[in-house]
Design a protein around this ligand. Structure first.
Ligand SMILES: Cc1cc2nc3c(=O)[nH]c(=O)nc-3n(C[C@H](O)[C@H](O)[C@H](O)COP(=O)(O)OP(=O)(O)OC[C@H]3O[C@@H](n4cnc5c(N)ncnc54)[C@H](O)[C@@H]3O)c2cc1C
Length: 475
């Protein structure tokens, strides 16, 4: 022990207060375990401070302005002026209210909160360094630890975030002026959500993507709907090109150079460059080797279906434990880890983890695609309902996209769904529940859904899988 150190002990030590860590800590405390949560930055982690919540707040804010300014068909003639600094201040209030809520909830549940950076000293002890120089440190001995240290944005060589004009998603979420020209490097979900925000705010947006399409994990017909709408918003796409360099331009802005696989170069003007090429686990600053732990070649800490690492008493949850890097997956793993420590028969089941992309329109998916179900050996039946046949979609003015339900042709069990269209992120929850409950297309199709709602499209897709849809042709 370093002279001056305080040393304490705890049943469960959680490192990182993101949606993986704080949820794990609350559940562990609810289970009656003495629980300590260490956070070095801000309660709520990336999700509340630099991810899900601020991005969705800006998406909503820009949508409100964009809708109001583009509603002539509804007889609305408006030209809303967006005060981005004002929108940021509203977004910050939303974030503060949630992060404050997390801190209060932890305290109210009896979680012991410690601010500082934790590193392993051995397999039953961490050292926590408080703040800056001279602020001291303490050692905490633990029976069990849950590592929930999350992820950080990947940098590409030459495009370090230390340059003012190179943004990670965090800077893009905090800007209070709108760049005239924005180059977005990476057409994944974070790049596409923020490209949409800035296009709606008036930036000329160019998305540079090495692959031949945006949103790599999604099916072609799903992506097509989002890509077309993005193009209508003025977003330019450059596929098959990787950002290789930038230089200052004589007009005071910058030139971003890209290169194809064949070495062909192109240059795009930019005032800001958002690099959104993925995220990497925060596992390299923990002195994991002191605890006898290793990561895989991608830096993730591998775990079993109980969120356990190679060490029986150390668990890892959330982004640091692998894909999919999603907040709700982090929280579920946190709950399972806490319950396993408490001796409950908890385990992870990934068959119904939904995913949402908050582009315009949104994407919501859960379970298997048709191709995945066929690969898994199912005889598959698919039902689809376009939103342009939904009364409610027409009344919102948003009719692009569809609901698709993938089911087992024999017994009708629902295996998955892909929704692209208005409120897809909300609608997908019904199908997630259906999969969890082992429901069939008959169950969902014969459930009475409120009229007029978008959720009727889920019912109709289920009916279409049985050739019984009323509002779309059964073929
Ligand atoms: C722009 C953006 C938008 C996103 N949108 C969505 C979305 O819509 N839906 C969704 O599901 N997901 C979204 N995500 C992903 C989501 O934010 C992450 O999956 C989620 O935050 C992971 O939670 P976590 O608890 O694993 O880690 P994090 O939220 O990253 O939290 C980890 C915490 O650990 C702390 N920490 C790290 N090391 C230490 C240490 N040594 N000592 C003490 N504390 C430490 C960090 O400070 C951090 O607070 C988005 C991410 C970004 C960047």
């Amino acid at each position: 022990m370093v002279v001056g150190d305080i040393s304490t002990g705890t049943d469960v030590l959680v490192i990182g207060a993101g949606p993986g860590g704080y949820v794990a800590a609350i559940r562990a405390a609810q289970e009656g375990l003495d629980t300590t949560l260490v956070e070095r930055d801000a309660y709520g982690g990336a999700c509340l401070n630099r991810g899900c919540i601020p991005s969705k707040a800006l998406i909503t804010g820009t949508d409100v302005a964009h809708e109001a300014g583009n509603a002539e068909e509804m007889g609305i003639h408006a030209d809303p002026a967006v005060d981005l600094a004002g929108m940021q201040s509203w977004k910050d209030d939303v974030v503060d209210s949630l992060t404050g809520g997390v801190e209060k909830l932890c305290k109210a549940n009896g979680v012991n909160l410690i601010e500082g950076t934790a590193t392993f000293a051995d397999e039953n002890k961490v050292r926590v360094a408080h703040g800056g120089e001279g602020q001291g440190s303490e050692s905490i001995e633990f029976e069990h630890a849950i590592v929930a240290t999350g992820s950080r944005p990947i940098e590409i060589p030459g495009f370090e975030y230390s340059h003012d004009h190179i943004w990670s998603s965090a800077e893009a979420l905090d800007a209070d002026t709108v760049p005239d020209r924005l180059v977005v490097v990476g057409g994944g979900y974070i790049g596409m959500e923020l490209a949409t925000v800035y296009a709606k705010l008036g930036s000329d947006v160019t998305v540079v993507e090495m692959l031949d399409d945006i949103l790599q994990p999604y099916e072609d017909d799903v992506k097509r709907v989002v890509r077309k709408r993005a193009a209508d918003l003025g977003i330019e796409f450059r596929f098959g090109e990787g950002a290789s360099d930038w230089s200052e331009a004589p007009d005071g802005g910058y030139h971003v150079t890209t290169e194809t696989e064949d070495g062909e170069e192109s240059t795009y003007p930019a005032d800001k460059v958002l690099v959104a090429v993925g995220r990497q686990p925060v596992s390299d600053t923990l002195d994991l080797e002191e605890a006898g732990l290793e990561t895989n070649e991608h830096g993730f800490i591998e775990t079993d279906d109980r969120a356990r690492t190679d060490k029986e008493h150390i668990f890892a949850v959330g982004d640091v434990a692998g894909e999919p890097m999603l907040a709700h997956k982090a929280s579920k793993e946190g709950i399972v880890a806490a319950e396993v420590i408490a001796g409950e028969p908890a385990a992870l089941d990934y068959q119904a983890i939904p995913a949402a992309v908050f582009t315009d329109p949104e994407i919501g998916t859960v379970g298997m695609t048709k191709a995945e179900a066929e690969d898994a050996g199912f005889d598959v039946k698919v039902g689809q309902m376009p939103f342009n046949a939904s009364g409610r979609a027409l009344t919102t003015g948003h009719t692009d996209g569809f609901v698709r339900i993938v089911a087992d042709a024999d017994a009708g069990f629902i295996l998955g769904a892909q929704i692209v269209g208005p409120e897809a992120s909300e609608l997908i929850a019904e199908v997630g529940l259906a999969i969890e409950m082992g429901a069939t297309v008959e169950d969902v199709g014969s459930t009475i859904h409120t009229h007029p709602t978008l959720s009727e499209a889920v019912m109709e897709a289920a009916e279409n899988a049985q050739d019984q849809a009323i509002h779309t042709l059964n073929r």
